[in-house]
Ligand binder design. Sequence first.
Ligand SMILES: NC(=O)c1ccc[n+]([C@@H]2O[C@H](COP(=O)([O-])OP(=O)(O)OC[C@H]3O[C@@H](n4cnc5c(N)ncnc54)[C@H](OP(=O)(O)O)[C@@H]3O)[C@@H](O)[C@H]2O)c1
Length: 224
Amino acid sequence: MSKIVLITGASSGIGKATAQEVVKAGHKVALTARSEDKLNALVEELGKDNAVAFAADATCYDEQKKVVKQTIEHYGQLDVVFANAGKGVSQAGTENGDPKEWDSMVDINIKALLWSAQLTLPHLRKTTGHFILTSSAAGRRPIQGSIYGASKWFAYGFGQNLAEEMKEWGGRCTTICPGVVNTPFFDEAKDDKLQPQDVADAVVFAIDANQRNSVREIYLMPTN
Ligand SMILES: NC(=O)c1ccc[n+]([C@@H]2O[C@H](COP(=O)([O-])OP(=O)(O)OC[C@H]3O[C@@H](n4cnc5c(N)ncnc54)[C@H](OP(=O)(O)O)[C@@H]3O)[C@@H](O)[C@H]2O)c1
């Protein structure tokens, strides 16, 4: 059955590859991120029958609210949300970290994630839908002084709790925890690590699993 899938962070990396795989699997997507030009190019590639783009800054509550409204107006329903937008920091560690960078990272990795859930749950409830989020392997194991990792521990914990909340009405929630993926998240290429396609395959697996099967988490690591 074809589903309507809203993807945040769809302009690049994991989100973009997931949009491509989700459409290949027969679903339709609403794409959001700040880079309107990249989103429009992706809609051209995927076809206007399969994809629509709504540019927005996810760290602005009202902008996210508008994206959800536009998605419902366009497709009439929402079956799956992939809350994937996120960022790292350039100054590693706690003692040497930059609190200004922490602000913007917490805004996107934590607050925007919570808003994505809060704003879409009423629609997912109507379709007995599915919320999927991108945590990280960095949210599953200690990394020396990592504030980014701590934000992903938050995402991981939130995903577990949300799964219990959604279970009340038959909804499913999946937390995706990838190790290093070769995306623009890093300044240099990571050709020998996971590719965005690998994460996209995991997301499609969770979406297409039988409704009785709530895939709670997928933890992917590069083999090397
Ligand atoms: N790459 C890895 O090794 C790795 C591993 C584990 C988890 N992750 C997580 O995977 C997710 C996707 O990252 P990626 O590797 O695909 O990196 P990426 O290519 O840099 O993609 C990040 C996406 O987030 C969007 N975004 C960032 N800030 C935003 C904002 N304020 N409002 C709206 N959209 C925003 C970006 O779009 P715009 O700039 O166009 O807004 C972009 O589409 C992130 O949550 C990241 O933490 C990555």
